[in-house]
Design a protein around this ligand. Structure first.
Ligand SMILES: [Zn+2]
Length: 214
């Protein structure tokens, strides 16, 4: 693996990247500067091992992104709510993907805790509640790494439920806007994405869609 020990390496790489892009398309940046028309909103974990563009083969302008520790959708998070609203109302994005991952430090911290004074422990309290709610079945799993991965998957489903509860998505449903929500898990051990998305009927069973969808 290439190590970028020197801070200036990043800036040098930026120059090399622009040169490479211009070599194949001299109008690349001019076109990119005109507008963004992403088709996908990603809500993912901040973990540095998940370069969204690379793992999905995407180009600049294709993904609208929000990331936080534990890929959480907190209904009081104005930052995230603004992003979802902008994505749905202005960019007319139809696919929202909640992307969790295995070996997630945020999920682990929600179970084991950190130091009392660490703010991150407050941030992941939602995942901590999820763990405690399912503690019996999760603690019965002997392989602890597998247990954390199971909790990561449960967290993705929980965050999708939160997403469906936001006034923005509820409004979009009432207006019959086309919106698809997806839950993915990135497996750092293989580089592959597992699709956890449930069919629409299953979401109906969770009682998360507006009445007219029932
Ligand atoms: Zn993570």
């Amino acid at each position: 693996m290439i190590q970028h020990n020197d801070y200036y390496d990043l800036l040098k790489n930026n120059i090399l990247w622009t040169a490479e892009k211009l070599k194949t398309d001299s109008g690349y940046f001019k076109e990119l500067s005109l507008a963004q028309k992403p088709k996908f909103l990603f809500i993912g974990c901040s973990d540095s091992r998940i370069p969204l563009d690379l793992i999905t083969g995407s180009e600049p302008g294709e993904l609208f992104v929000h990331r936080n520790i534990g890929n959480q959708i907190n209904l009081t998070d104005m930052n995230l709510l603004s992003i979802i609203e902008y994505a749905v109302e202005l960019l007319n994005i139809e696919h929202i993907i909640v992307l969790g991952h295995y070996n997630c430090g945020g999920v682990k911290a929600a179970v084991t805790g950190l130091n009392e004074e660490d703010i991150v422990e407050n941030w992941v309290s939602q995942i901590s509640d999820l763990y405690h709610y399912h503690r019996k079945e999760l603690d019965a799993i002997e392989d602890k790494a597998f247990m954390y991965n199971q909790l990561s998957e449960m967290n993705v489903i929980l965050q999708i439920k939160n997403l469906l509860r936001t006034p923005i998505i509820q409004r979009a449903f009432r207006k019959h806007k086309k919106i698809w929500v997806h839950g993915w898990i990135f497996d750092i051990n293989t580089g592959l994405i597992n699709d956890l998305t449930l069919p629409l009927d299953e979401w109906k069973a969770f009682d998360l869609l507006p009445e007219e969808y029932h």
